[in-house]
Design a protein around this ligand. Structure first.
Ligand SMILES: Nc1ncnc2c1ncn2[C@@H]1O[C@H](COP(=O)(O)OS(=O)(=O)O)[C@@H](OP(=O)(O)O)[C@H]1O
Length: 368
């Protein structure tokens, strides 16, 4: 009895110590599970989901502060809304995709925000979104999903602001952004070369007449009361005098803009993608883009399928998703119907500009 009385406090503390240890272990176990899941889920796809819901982060007007880590993954909200899912099944082996996701999470953890080494500078309605979405599946490329408009509208915000928008990259990775209006911005080449003489420039060009109609179709979808294409395109239609002050016409005079770029950059720093071939042979065009960027050719035929409903090539598996995906509804719209006579007049107008452009870049884009 005396023995029992003596040992009962000891037993009590032993029991207490046992329960305390068990509950401590359980807490630790739960914490570890939650924490590890959190770390594993910090991949690009997850960030996309997190960021895309933030209204401040999206939109073409990328103004103000962008949340740390979101800028890289954010898909322009408008863009994301436009980008409807593809309809065909994929069913292809995707080892690079896995590698890419791994690279992305490593970059997010250990990488740094750097100024871009490459830019898609134009042209509007040339196919710039397709090139950006296609090239960003490469594991050595990280791209900003939105158009930052730094070298045209936001230059006063300074390089630190611009750098802050960029995705984190490892030293081996290329940082890329696209803003198609740079190509026709007078100050853009000088500003870009003062950031770095080494910047690689990608220009996606397309038949200037089709490009103008595409541009007009887009504006009309936002402003239904717009004058007709013919009214805007000509100062005097019967005399065939084209209105070169109309942006939709002016953008397509590629040689004029190119001459401005060539005052600051060597031709070898510029790569021209054919907007037409990008649709008929996306793998071929992307092969040349990879060569230009000094990347191993990883993006190939097996990454694309032709979606008959969309009428365009789509990705079997884009960077941020495991699902096949086509670009959105604003890419590949049905164009406004334009008289063949008007088209011929504009073809005639652009011909001398096109020829000079072909000679300068050393490529025939066959727009005639
Ligand atoms: N794979 C694929 N899917 C959909 N669309 C494709 C693709 N490849 C090129 N294109 C062409 O891209 C045109 C839009 O060009 P941009 O992305 O440069 O437009 S924008 O300036 O960013 O608004 C868009 O122009 P429209 O056909 O006039 O809509 C397409 O013709």
């Amino acid at each position: 009895m005396a023995h029992r009385l003596l040992t009962s406090p000891n037993r009590f503390s032993a029991r207490f110590a046992f329960i305390f240890t068990i509950s401590l272990s359980c807490t630790y176990l739960c914490y570890s599970i939650i924490f590890c899941r959190g770390t594993i889920m910090t991949n690009h796809a997850y960030e996309n989901k997190r960021c895309v819901t933030s209204k401040n982060a999206g939109g073409k007007k990328l103004l103000g502060k962008v949340e740390e880590g979101c800028a890289s993954a954010v898909v322009d909200v408008k863009e994301a809304q436009r980008d409807a899912a593809g309809t065909s099944a994929a069913g292809s082996h995707w080892s690079e995709g896995k590698l890419n996701n791994k690279n992305i999470s490593v970059a997010q953890k250990y990488g740094n925000k750097k100024l871009p080494n490459a830019l898609i500078v134009g042209v509007k309605k040339g196919g710039t979104r397709a090139v950006l979405e296609f090239i960003r599946i490469h594991p050595d490329v990280r791209a900003l999903g939105t158009e930052p408009h730094f070298f045209d509208r936001n230059y006063d915000r300074g390089l630190d602001w611009y750098r802050g928008l960029m995705p984190r990259t490892l030293d081996s990775q290329i940082t890329l952004e696209k803003t198609p209006s740079y190509f026709v911005t007078r100050e853009a080449p000088r500003r870009i070369s003062s950031m770095s003489h080494q910047t690689k420039l990608i220009v996606v060009v397309r038949n200037p007449v089709t490009r103008a109609i595409s541009d007009y179709t887009q504006t009309l979808s936002k402003k239904p009361n717009l004058p007709t294409f013919e009214e805007l395109a000509f100062k005097n239609r019967s005399l065939g005098i084209v209105d070169t002050t109309w942006n939709a016409i002016r953008i397509g005079m590629y040689i004029i803009h190119l001459e401005n770029w060539l005052q600051y950059f060597r031709p070898s720093q510029m790569h021209f993608v054919s907007g037409e071939r990008l649709i008929t042979d996306p793998a071929g065009e992307m092969g040349r883009v990879q060569d230009f960027l000094g990347l191993k050719r990883i993006i190939s035929d097996k990454h694309f399928y032709f979606n008959r409903t969309k009428g365009f090539p789509c990705l079997k598996k884009p960077e941020s998703s495991s699902q096949p995906r086509c670009l959105g509804k604003s890419k590949g719209r049905t164009h406004v119907q334009i008289d063949q006579e008007v088209i011929d007049q504009l073809q005639d107008f652009y011909r001398p500009f096109n020829i000079k452009f072909y000679e300068t870049v050393g490529q025939d884009f066959k727009w005639d």
